[in-house]
Design a protein around this ligand. Structure first.
Ligand SMILES: NC(=O)c1ccc[n+]([C@@H]2O[C@H](COP(=O)([O-])OP(=O)(O)OC[C@H]3O[C@@H](n4cnc5c(N)ncnc54)[C@H](OP(=O)(O)O)[C@@H]3O)[C@@H](O)[C@H]2O)c1
Length: 244
């Protein structure tokens, strides 16, 4: 796909990996429908910065754990951008805990945001791509899906399912729409873990002994979007951490 002049919807597009994705897309001439939930000031700041690159940037607030609101949310986006060409399912939550810690409220939240919302967004996205049109979906998964470990039990389940959904959707939506995934490994510290020396963690866990970054994810996303003979694929960016 030629990127210049196209329009992308990025969930959680205002901070961290989502911010890097919005920025790299804008640099490539892509108009941005930037979804956010709580990060309004970051979204406004990034909107101003990216408009400086000559692309259209509009903000859309939604709590995507509210699944019934997703079709309405997508209609709102389509009122401003009648066609979204690229969907990036980036928003996610990363709750702690193993099997013994799960409860219904946590499962509803993590499955809602990490799995069910991407499914409803893929559906709404696919419906607005015309029969002779071309669309691209990229789901942000996690390199953890390639190794069974019980930590963050519910989170892993959602990401394993999102990777499977990527392949199923790639088959169902071909040839109009390609559906691929990116699976990041160790990237940056989480809220509440700023005290951790991430470089030291990388030296222990990652064969390449460095951290990834939102920018590396975004560069790989641009690569995927430019490919027209690639679907149902998953680019693993983890410095070799999950080589089995
Ligand atoms: N960082 C890593 O090391 C890493 C590694 C592997 C995979 N990943 C995956 O990469 C993606 C981005 O990770 P990140 O670390 O940059 O994310 P993050 O800092 O955890 O941010 C999560 C994003 O999700 C959005 N979000 C959370 N709850 C939401 C809700 N109820 N409704 C709508 N949006 C909601 C947030 O929007 P607001 O801020 O606007 O509320 C935010 O933009 C995630 O899918 C994550 O699982 C990250």
């Amino acid at each position: 796909m030629k990127l210049k002049g196209k329009t992308a919807l990025i969930t959680g597009g205002a901070i961290r990996i989502g911010k890097a994705i919005s920025t790299e897309l804008a640099k490539n001439g892509v108009n941005i429908a930037m979804h956010y939930h709580r990060s309004k000031s970051e979204a406004l700041h990034l909107q101003k910065e990216l408009r400086g690159k000559g692309v259209k940037v509009e903000l859309f607030k939604a709590d995507i754990s509210d699944l019934e609101s997703i079709p309405v949310f997508f209609e709102e986006v389509n009122k401003t951008f009648p066609q979204i060409d690229i969907l990036v399912n980036n928003a996610g939550v990363f709750p702690k805990g193993g099997l013994l810690d799960i409860n219904k409220e946590q499962l509803d939240q993590v499955f809602g945001i990490n799995l069910f919302a991407p499914l409803f967004l893929m559906r709404a996205f696919a419906k607005q791509i015309p029969d002779n049109g071309q669309g691209k979906i990229v789901n942000i998964v996690d390199a953890k899906v390639f190794k069974s470990e019980p930590a963050r039990f519910a989170y892993r389940l959602t990401k394993v399912a999102l990777w499977e959904a990527t392949k199923l959707a790639a088959m169902e939506l071909a040839p109009r729409i390609t559906v691929n995934a990116i699976s990041p490994g160790l990237m940056m510290s989480l809220a509440g873990y700023e005290h951790l020396d991430m470089q030291a963690v990388a030296e222990r866990r990652v064969p390449l002994k460095i951290l990834g970054s939102g920018e590396i994810v975004a560069q790989n996303l641009i690569h995927i979007l430019k490919q027209d003979f690639m679907t149902g694929n998953n680019i693993i960016i983890d410095g070799g951490e999950y080589i089995s």
